[in-house]
Design a protein around this ligand. Structure first.
Ligand code: NAP
Ligand code: GCO
Length: 247
């Protein structure tokens, strides 16, 4: 028996048209899982389906905004009917706004909290009853170094990801008795569209100061890639982590 095998499992990775979500979904597929993802428009879904196909993955894409409770409930019901009960949920969809706090509007702050914290709450809430009924489930919340730290310009993101860490602990303790393991994954700094502005070259052609800082402070002396997350993601999605829950 391979405890990392995901054959027969249905994995729903939110916001997995590209970036970290796509990398995680790809790794789940390599371990045998059926991949389901959502994004905000049919155009993005179609584009992503082509990428999955090119990688040999027969994924299922749904248009759904994770902040819209009604749409999430309808999408989870559709997935359950069309693909099967979700065994693995990855709350990955997220945004960041890098603005000094005193210059940030309350509306922008709210939007970050809405997508990065209310989103995982809404999607988990829709999926958990099905997991309870099936007798098992895995929830992986994509947290951040900002779940632990603060830095200039990311107040809303740090507040949301700090909250997501606590939501993770709460789901783990509230639903652990139903054989649902909930864990957070804090990826470090990963090269994706979200972090692209931090790698933009300066006018004089030199590297962005934050880019230099990350390379100097990261033990591997480089930005991570979505593929770097495959080991921890498969571990947290598989039977290998059946007694691991982030409390
Ligand atoms: P990304 O490249 O910007 O991808 C984010 C994905 O989320 C996109 O597909 C986006 O779709 C989707 N999304 C945004 N809002 C959504 C909504 N309301 N409903 C559904 N989907 C939505 O980001 P990433 O770097 O891969 O990050 C993925 C997750 O990891 C985020 O939660 C992020 O905060 C977290 N994270 C990132 C890093 C990093 O260094 N990159 C590190 C730690 C944690 P659209 O294209 O349609 O907008
Ligand atoms: C930032 C970065 C981070 C990363 C990541 C760190 O501006 O500080 O975008 O927030 O995306 O979440 O783990």
């Amino acid at each position: 028996m391979n405890p990392f095998d995901l054959t027969g499992k249905v994995a729903f990775v939110t916001g997995a048209a590209y970036g970290i979500g796509y990398g995680i979904a790809k790794s789940f597929a390599s371990a045998g899982a059926t991949i389901v993802f959502n994004d905000l428009s049919q155009e993005k879904i179609d584009e992503a389906l082509k990428s999955y196909k090119a990688d040999g993955i027969d994924a299922h894409g749904y248009v759904c905004d994770v902040t819209n409770e009604e749409a999430v409930n309808a999408t989870v019901a559709k997935i359950t009917e069309e693909v099967g009960v979700i065994d693995i949920l990855v709350n990955n969809a997220g945004i960041i706004k890098r603005v000094p706090m005193v210059e940030m509007s309350a509306a922008d702050f709210r939007q970050v909290i809405d997508i990065d914290l209310n989103g995982p709450f809404i999607v988990s809430k829709a999926v958990i009853p099905h997991m309870i009924e099936k007798g098992h489930g895995k929830i992986i919340n994509i947290c951040s170094m900002m779940s632990e730290l603060g830095r200039e310009t990311v107040s809303a993101y740090a507040a949301a990801k700090g909250g997501l860490k606590m939501l993770t602990k709460n789901i783990a303790s509230e639903y652990g008795e139903f054989n649902i393991q909930c864990n957070g994954l804090g990826p470090g700094y990963i090269a994706t569209p979200q972090t692209a502005p931090l790698r933009e070259l300066q006018e004089d052609g030199s590297r962005h100061p934050f880019d230099q800082f990350i390379i100097a402070k990261t033990p591997a002396a480089r930005w991570g890639t979505p593929e770097d997350l495959q080991g921890p993601a498969i571990f947290l999605a598989s039977d290998a982590s059946n007694f691991v829950s982030f409390m």
